[in-house]
Write a protein that binds this ligand. Structure first.
Ligand SMILES: CC(C)(COP(=O)(O)OP(=O)(O)OC[C@H]1O[C@@H](n2cnc3c(N)ncnc32)[C@H](O)[C@@H]1OP(=O)(O)O)[C@@H](O)C(=O)NCCC(=O)NCCS
Length: 155
């Protein structure tokens, strides 16, 4: 497995391959991502400060992590999407992508990394906690009974 940060040029030219990941996970979110309109994809596409690290095998992207940096303002980052193709899950790819993204941000002297996920995303939470993220806020039942939004930070 190869892990690499996409250049700005490749990020633009790989947009189809990147957006494919949002189709894969559509139903893994409540409500499905598609029901939220195109806001998720277009937010990333328009935001040219987003960085993308991919896990690649035989020229195919099988995992991605997408994050933003706000270096000039507060030296902080917002870690947004972590997605692995279902066939390639439970092989340590999600964990490795997370490590690579954190290390990239630390190299850029980013001091605070924040992210938002759900209590139902058990594997993702395990990855984030083992990377050192701590929950600092929870919004209960935000997407339905028992589905809490959790806010994490790594300092
Ligand atoms: C979350 C996600 C990225 C995890 O990727 P992954 O490559 O399967 O995760 P890893 O193989 O690195 O596993 C990380 C840890 O979880 C454990 N794990 C993996 N799959 C598991 C499962 N189905 N059940 C329980 N534990 C599991 C692993 O054993 C590993 O634990 P360890 O640190 O003790 O070794 C992947 O499930 C995914 O794409 N989900 C849909 C999108 C999503 O929810 N993203 C996160 C919120 S934005």
């Amino acid at each position: 497995m190869k892990y690499r940060l996409l250049s700005e040029r490749e990020k633009q030219s790989s947009w189809k391959k990147i957006s494919h990941f949002f189709t894969i996970i559509d139903n893994e979110f409540v409500p499905p991502l598609s029901s939220r309109g195109d806001t998720v994809k277009s937010a990333i596409k328009k935001n040219d400060t987003a960085e993308v690290i991919v896990a690649e095998t035989n020229g195919k992207f099988v995992g991605i992590v997408i994050f933003w940096s706000y270096y000039y303002k507060v030296r902080s980052s917002y870690f947004h999407w972590l997605i692995v193709e279902p066939k390639f899950r439970s092989k340590g790819i999600g964990k490795e992508l997370t490590k690579k993204a954190i290390s990239r941000l630390h190299k850029k002297r980013i001091k605070t990394i924040k992210l938002v996920t759900y209590n139902t995303k058990k594997v993702a939470l395990k990855i984030y906690k083992s990377a050192g993220f701590k929950i600092y806020y929870t919004r209960k039942n935000i997407k339905g009974p028992g589905i809490d939004k959790v806010y994490l930070v790594l300092k």
